[in-house]
Design a protein around this ligand. Structure first.
Ligand code: SF4
Ligand code: SF4
Length: 492
């Protein structure tokens, strides 16, 4: 497996050629900058898994075009006509203020010397822009900095719901939530669905290294306050670094499973190395998606094997099916297959049962793909087609291995959007989502991946910029253009 791509020089951020190639069972990336020399890194630590995931690469289209294609990625963001995915999740930074000083912050929050804080009017325009995509962007995540530091945060959540976002979430360190149940309750009332909670481990050590202080109790308190305030959807978001918290993945998943009434998932983020990182630290600390998957298998004694995981675009045929059935454009998860992986788990008497244990997911997805094609072609009445389809789904279910009390047929019908709202809620109550997304840094950057990115920042100049492009390149330019120097801010 060898391919050419474009990447960047970690020193000057010049766009340069790169080779992605297989060696010793791993996938590596290597590039050379005329001025700053050669750089290499691990791209994926399991070549077999890389090849398996590569099968599910799709080419999508952007839901909106706001800029012209001119100089190429990532100068033309965006979204430009060359982009291959619409916005699955929009990120809006509400402020660059923060109540932590994490040594690992990719947003460089709180230390820039200027205040970036879009006005409510700007935020409204940004959200309207996202909702004007075709299909409309379905989910917005407020981030920063620490978004809960804004006094008008509850109002901003309410505005997002009023503007039609079906899903509203916040990425937070949990500090403000840990102080106030009333705040959590107000957020719930305003329409917040999910708290993406920074959560790096079950002991204090990772927090000391990644956040600069002992934060575990704050996290536990934030979870408890969400529970008491009525927020029933928390996703734990660990930043993973080898030698820091990679031995705690299994315990974090166990912790999530024992709080299933409020914790709905864990979404791990292997650390991204920005700036001038010491070679030895980077090579020692680098962790990739396959590392996470292997460690989870090891740390759960094989209960969550690597075969449980699939890349994000694996589910695209489901979108095609729903579109063929409802004749309404659906969001397609066309992000690059090497950006992220996910699975769903059921928890039974403390034991994990991945969905792949009792459902032939590959058979089901292939069947769905063919059913969508058939529905688009045939003149058979839709209801008749659906009835036949539900009956046919049985062959993908192994009833003997299914968790007790789970109606697998209803589960599959739900996935295809032909279940009832109640049964869908029931599914979410009993499952735990496990995901991993490896944000790119200048050392492993692959412009092919960012072209298919579905996680997009909205900016006050009304552009929509892919996440990894924004953090590697555009962030300081956008923030400076729309910020106030802190000394001016203080004297006003
Ligand atoms: S990342 Fe996407 S929007 Fe940005 S320049 Fe490349 S194709 Fe265009
Ligand atoms: S945010 Fe980065 S890692 Fe995630 S889909 Fe976009 S390009 Fe890929």
């Amino acid at each position: 497996m060898n391919r050419k791509t474009r990447s960047v020089c970690p020193r000057c951020l010049e766009v340069i050629d790169a080779d992605v190639y297989e060696e010793g069972g791993k996938i590596l990336i290597r590039k050379r900058c005329e001025e700053h020399g050669e750089f290499d890194d691990v791209y994926w630590s399991d070549a077999d898994l890389y090849k398996k995931f590569a099968k599910w690469q799709y080419r999508g289209t952007a839901g909106i075009k706001l800029t012209e294609s001119d100089k190429g990625c990532f100068f033309d963001c965006g979204l430009c006509p060359a982009h291959k995915s619409s916005t699955l999740l929009a990120i809006i930074d509400l402020t660059n203020r923060c109540n932590q000083r994490c040594p690992t912050c990719f947003a460089n929050a709180a230390v820039t010397g200027y205040l970036y804080e879009p006005t409510v009017e700007q935020l409204e325009e940004m959200m309207k822009l996202l909702r004007s995509e075709v299909p409309p962007c379905p989910a917005v995540q407020f981030a920063g900095g620490e978004p809960t530091m804004r006094n008008d945060f509850v109002e901003i959540v309410r505005m997002a719901r009023t503007l039609g976002f079906p899903h509203v979430q916040v990425a937070t360190n949990g500090m403000v939530m840990a102080r106030s149940v009333a705040f959590c309750h107000d957020l719930k009332e305003a329409g917040l669905h999910t708290v993406y909670l920074q959560f790096d481990g079950m002991t204090e050590e990772p927090y000391k290294q990644l956040r600069g202080y002992s934060a575990l109790n704050t996290k536990l308190k934030a979870i408890e306050n969400c529970r008491r305030g009525g927020i029933k959807s928390i996703v734990l978001v660990p930043t993973l670094m080898k030698g820091v918290n990679d031995d705690q993945i299994g315990n974090m998943v166990r912790f999530a499973a024992s709080n299933l009434d409020v914790i709905k998932g864990l979404n791990a983020q292997p650390i991204a190395f920005e700036g001038r990182v010491d070679e030895s630290i980077r090579k020692k600390g680098r962790i990739t998606i396959p590392d996470f998957i292997h460690l989870l298998e090891e740390q759960t004694d094989g209960e969550i094997p690597k075969e449980s995981f699939y890349p994000v675009p694996f589910v695209i045929p489901v979108s095609h099916f729903v579109e063929a059935w409802k004749k309404v454009p659906q969001i397609e998860f066309t992000v690059h297959p090497h950006c992220g992986a996910a699975t769903y788990l059921f928890v039974e008497n403390g034991r994990f049962i991945p969905i792949t244990d009792f459902i032939d997911v590959e058979g089901f997805i292939e069947f769905t793909r063919r059913a969508a094609e058939e529905m688009n072609r045939s003149k058979v009445g839709k209801l008749k087609a659906i009835a036949g389809l539900i009956a046919a789904l049985r062959k993908f279910i192994d009833k003997e291995r299914a968790p007790e009390g789970i109606d697998s047929l209803t589960l599959l019908a739900n996935i295809l959007g032909i279940g009832t709202r109640d049964s869908l809620a029931d599914f979410h109550r009993k499952t735990l989502f496990i995901g991993v997304m490896h944000f790119q840094d200048p050392y492993n950057f692959d412009l092919e991946r960012v072209k298919s990115c579905g996680i997009h920042y909205a900016t006050p100049d009304l552009r929509i910029i892919p996440f990894c492009s924004y953090n590697a390149f555009h962030r300081p330019l956008v923030e400076k253009a729309f910020s106030t120097p802190l000394n001016k801010f203080r004297s006003d």
